[in-house]
Design a protein around this ligand. Structure first.
Ligand SMILES: [Zn+2]
Length: 110
């Protein structure tokens, strides 16, 4: 992100004009982890990852996440469609600002 002369924030766009961030798609399986290069559209939360061959010895899929390469923000991938990152729709904190609970929602499945 950078600022123009008027102090307005302008997002750096990728070459195709979308608000896209690069990173890695990481899936955790019973028998190990798989990490592939991926991109995420910050407007739609859609994650596009390179396809990888997974052999059946990996066991069950435990979790998936997108880790952005700038700053390392981590997004949980929807366990239903495996294509969108979950948005935080509400967050509850205590008086010390510790997170008590948060509600996540898939922009596609809801
Ligand atoms: Zn979903």
């Amino acid at each position: 992100m950078s600022k123009n002369k008027n102090g307005l924030k302008i997002f750096e766009m990728s070459c195709n004009g979308k608000n896209v961030t690069k990173g890695r798609f990481e899936s955790t399986w019973e028998e190990g982890k798989i990490s592939t290069p991926a991109t995420m559209n910050l407007d739609t939360m859609e994650v596009t990852a390179e396809m990888v061959e997974v052999d059946n010895d990996m066991g069950c899929l435990l979790s998936e996440k997108f880790v952005s390469s700038d700053g390392g923000a981590i997004y949980t991938i929807c366990p239903h469609c495996h294509q969108y990152a979950l948005r935080t729709v509400s967050i509850k904190t205590d008086s010390q600002r510790r997170i008590i609970s948060q509600e996540l929602e898939c922009p596609q499945c809801k």
